[in-house]
Design a protein around this ligand. Structure first.
Ligand code: 6R9
Length: 662
């Protein structure tokens, strides 16, 4: 039987936690042992970090697998846990959000203020006829009102569906229709790349096709002229004039909290459904454990958009349930200059920074002089999410952002998992650059072969989760069969292999010789070269380990000899000379470099040097588009320079405006 996925990259560097962090860490190595001894008791203790109006009767009901119920019979209010209990404990004056608008305007929102706004929004939504179980679509820029809108829904038991502000009217329409949303919360627009970017016209176009929508609440952000209809209400005239008195009612632990759409590989987006008790337990615990968050002293900043699951779990629910002080930034990292992120870290004395590999690699491209121009000494921990982080990007992050000494937590999880699943613990783990290391306490992950058998150390295959976890998706909205088919039918009970249900995440992974987990990209992207399954991630990491490359994407293109051949797109680092012969020499050098690092089987047939790569707004490379480019015969074997035909193809797919891709 052939290997499920080759293990080519051998990375041996390893970094222990800083002594001081280890000595004061929120979570120590004992957590692994405690969870291994009694997993459900472990999660029960983590649930105890929250305020419950009614204690649960049972931790987990898995009798109707794969439909889970966590904390059965328990009742809580998510917004109460994120706001009221901090205010009641005398922490109302603590800053919840340091908000920084792209044009440089700022707002400081305390817990008391966030609580008041949320109560007002809860009252306003109730006045508009929203009741528990109704769906509310949220289409907003990165403004504090986005968090308020989500928390107000949670407070009254309405289910929010946040649609990323970069999505098109069609994408918004489909999502509103799929969930039959009754209200849409939006804004006139937001600021992006130095200018107002309108949202309201997109909503108008969508709402015209969505009879379920009765009301539209509009936050005024840019002040630009907007069209107005009978369904529209200004936020400042509705929410900000509503009563600030609102008593949060408890809801069942399995009451729906939100739907978030993820497109995955198939065209029709899947509405991932999350509920309250288990979700808040795990997002809250992981914020505490993985970021070592100390609410009294830390300033936390997650650079994600609120329309991505990372914004849900690690801007809103995780940090606020822990009473964190955080930064929220409206705009792009290069507006008005390429040092904007580091300026913000310096300005607010950020201690914990959580960002995406795409951002790190962009910073590598721009050069280390930029972060070097700012005082980043407040930082004490760095995080990464969204894609595999290449070892060289990891090292760059640690070196040029983390003063060569900060721990990095590479956190693997998905919209579907709701919260972090595989990650180092910053006070415990001796992290390896590029590895997400081990499943968190209470999580059971494995790498299996085609038959669902656990692979030995050193082997590659499919990443699976063997036990249910509190923040797991409960179903796909309105489509239980698709839920079973998509996630539970490849291995285990759902595939008629034994009694245990096994969740397959869609990612390839390997275990190294120490049993640590390395994510290798989506299995749909795996390349089959002369009978070997080669992961995109390993070839990309090999390219990025060359001193002239900041970022790379590889795809498999049909090849008459090898079945598929590796075609690579590489972004050179800032000062690299790629003109004429220098470019050709670099390409030859890169092909040899990959062959030397991973073996001749992984040598790319073709490498194109490009200034940019097509990405989703959460930073994931759109390989599907690059495959089209790679297979486009009219390109011939052009491999040099920033060939304009390549870039034309790439940019025609990138589009300038709103897209349907997530
Ligand atoms: C949180 C989030 C999920 C997919 C996931 C995987 C990739 C996320 C990763 C990672 C390697 C990491 N992914 N984190 N791959 N290392 N640390 O990104 O959710 O947008 O649903 O994407 O992202 O492929 O399956 P989502």
């Amino acid at each position: 039987m052939s290997e499920a996925l080759a293990n080519l990259l051998n990375e041996t560097r390893q970094f222990p936690p800083p002594a001081e962090l280890a000595a004061n860490a929120n979570v120590t190595a004992d957590a692994y042992a405690e969870a291994a001894e009694d997993r459900l008791a472990f999660w029960e203790r983590q649930a105890g970090r929250l305020h419950w109006a009614r204690q649960w009767d049972q931790v987990l009901d898995w009798s109707n697998a794969p439909f889970a119920k966590w904390f059965v019979g328990g009742q809580l209010n998510v917004a109460y846990n994120c706001l009221d209990r901090h205010v009641e404990a005398g922490r109302g004056d603590k800053v919840a959000i340091h908000w920084e608008g792209e044009p440089g305007d700022t707002r400081t929102v305390t817990y008391a203020e966030l609580h008041r706004l949320t109560c007002q929004a809860a009252n306003a939504l109730t006045d508009l006829g929203v009741t528990a179980g109704d769906r509310v679509a949220i289409y907003l820029p990165m403004v504090p009102e986005a968090a308020v809108a989500m928390l107000a829904c949670a407070r009254i038991g309405a289910t929010h569906s946040v649609v990323f502000g970069g999505f098109s009217a069609d994408a918004l329409t489909n999502r509103i229709q799929d969930a039959s949303a009754k209200v849409v919360i939006t804004a006139d627009g937001g600021f992006r790349r130095g200018k107002p970017s309108a949202l309201k016209p997109t909503v108008d176009e969508a709402v015209a096709k969505c009879p379920s929508v009765e009301h539209v609440l509009v936050v005024r952000r840019t002040g630009e002229e907007v069209a107005w209809s009978g369904k529209d209400h200004w936020w400042h005239e509705t929410v900000e004039t509503a009563s600030p008195e609102h008593t949060a009612q408890p809801f069942d632990a399995e009451h729906p909290l939100y739907i978030l759409y993820t497109s995955g590989t198939t065209a029709r987006p899947k509405g991932i459904l999350h509920t309250t008790g288990g979700y808040l337990t795990q997002t809250s615990y992981t914020t505490h454990a993985v970021f070592d968050l100390k609410p009294e002293t830390d300033v936390y900043w997650c650079t994600a958009d609120i329309g991505w699951v990372t914004g849900h779990s690690y801007i809103v629910y995780g940090p606020l349930s822990n009473g964190a002080t955080q930064v929220m930034y409206e705009g792009t990292p290069d507006t008005p200059h390429k040092g904007r992120f580091w300026e913000i870290v310096d300005k607010y004395k950020v201690t914990l920074l959580y960002t995406a590999p795409t951002l790190i690699r962009t910073m590598m491209k721009w050069g280390e002089d930029i972060p070097a121009g700012y005082d980043l000494s407040s930082l004490r921990l760095l995080g990464s999410v969204g894609e595999p982080i290449n070892p060289e990007a990891w090292i760059w992050y640690r070196q040029h952002v983390g003063r060569g000494e900060l721990p990095i937590v590479d956190t693997w999880w998905q919209t579907e998992t709701g919260a972090i699943m595989i990650s180092p613990l910053p006070g415990v783990t001796h992290a390896k650059p590029g590895s997400a290391m081990t499943a968190l306490p209470g999580i059971v992950a494995d790498v299996v072969d085609d038959q669902g058998q656990s692979v030995p150390n050193g082997g590659g295959g499919y990443l699976v989760l063997r036990e249910p976890w509190p923040s797991m998706l409960r179903t796909i909205w309105g489509d239980d069969n698709r839920f079973i088919e998509t996630y539970w039918s490849r291995f285990g009970a759902g595939a008629n292999h034994g009694d245990d249900w096994v969740y397959f995440a869609g990612d390839g992974a390997k275990k190294d010789d120490d049993g640590h987990i390395w994510l290798l990209g989506r299995v749909d992207d795996v390349m089959l070269v002369s009978g070997h399954n080669i992961s995109t991630t390993e070839v990309e990491s090999a390219l990025v380990s060359h001193p002239s490359v900041a970022e790379a994407a590889v795809v498999g293109a049909t090849d008459p000899t090898t079945g598929q051949a590796i075609v690579a797109f590489a972004i050179p680092r800032g000062s690299t000379d790629i003109s004429g012969e220098a470019g050709e020499r670099l390409i030859a050098d890169l092909r040899n470099h990959v062959a030397k690092t991973l073996g001749p089987i992984a040598k790319p047939r073709q490498i194109m040097l490009v200034p940019e790569l097509p990405k989703t707004r959460s930073g994931k490379i759109m390989r599907r588009l690059l495959r089209d480019v790679a297979e486009n015969r009219s390109l011939g074997d052009v491999t040099t320079l920033q060939d304009s035909s390549v870039m034309d193809l790439i940019s025609s797919g990138m589009g300038g405006g709103k897209s349907d891709e997530d």
